[in-house]
Each structure stands twice: as C-alpha cells, then as structure tokens.
Design a protein. Structure first.
Length: 166
C-alpha cells in the first residue's frame, strides 16, 4: 500500500526506546510553532513509498526494536500505517507513533482507520508541540504538555497510563 513520506531514518535512538526505524510521514494540519519538521506540513511534498518495501527495509536490520511513525501527522495516513504496524507486530517489532492530536481526540474519532492504527500502537506520544513548554530533558518528547502513553496498559485499564512521567 502507498504511503506519502518525507523520509526515513533507519538507525534512530531518539524516536523511542531501543534502536528504531523512523518513518516521517508527509502532511500535517497542526502547524505547531517551532515545529522541527515544517517541510512535512504540505501533502504535496515528499514522495510515495510502498509499505511492503518499508517493511522489508525494517526487517533487514535484526538490531531494530521496532519502528516509529512521526511526521508530519501519521494519523492523516492511518490506513497504510495500521497495516504496516500489524505486519511489524507479526515480526515481533514494536510500534511508536507521534501525533499532534491527543489520545482523547484520537480515541473519540469515529474514523475506523484511525481506530485501527490506534489499536496497533504500543506507545503513543500525543499532543501538539508547544514552544513555550519546550523542555530538552524530557524522554522522547519536546514539550511538557506532550505525553508518552503506554498503549497496552491504557487499553487494559481503560485510562491513560504514562510510560514516562518526567
């Protein structure tokens, strides 16, 4: 399935726990002031990638813990990412996802593709980047309003469970 991406990083240690393959999706409506990827905002930028080819690239490196979907806004392309995430789980890889929307906004969205992606994510970093709350000491997030959510525990308990509380 086709996915519009701005690019990839095949050896990241800053986009989640462990050694990761990060996919930067193309397209975002949030336009956060101070965004470190403003080139990803327009849907016309970037290039098309095939999710099966991305999966092959990820699986070439046995050291990878998993993949991270970043952006842009990954939930604008929820269908191809949910399929890729499911295939990653079949290969025992975990999936992190960054979103400018909050968990509450995503979980209340009736779009089945968004719900399918949300169900496949192991860790969600949610909320817009807010420059006034920027804090470089935080684990895997840029501003204090953002949360690193353990999605399995959140699904099991029915309420948001944070992976990091710093």
């Amino acid at each position: 399935m086709k996915l519009r991406i701005a690019g990839i990083t095949d050896d990241s240690v800053v986009d989640g726990d462990g050694y990761r393959f990060t996919i930067f999706t193309q397209g975002c409506h949030h336009h956060c002031s101070g965004c470190h990827n403003p080139q990803t905002w327009t849907m016309e930028g970037g290039h098309d990638a095939d999710t099966d080819e991305l999966l092959k690239d990820i699986l070439k490196n046995p050291l990878l813990a998993g993949a991270t979907f970043s952006g842009g806004e990954p939930f604008l392309q929820a269908k191809p990412l949910s399929i890729l995430a499911r295939k990653l789980h079949e290969q025992k890889k975990n999936v992190w996802c960054y979103s400018g929307w909050t968990y509450e906004e995503l979980s209340s969205n009736p779009d089945t593709d968004i719900q399918d992606l949300l169900a496949e994510i192991d860790v969600l970093v949610d909320g817009p980047f807010i420059a006034d709350q920027k804090d470089l000491t935080l684990h895997f997030r840029g501003s204090r309003n953002q949360r690193v959510i353990d999605m399995k525990k959140t699904r099991d308990t029915g309420h948001v469970v944070l992976k990091y509380t710093d």
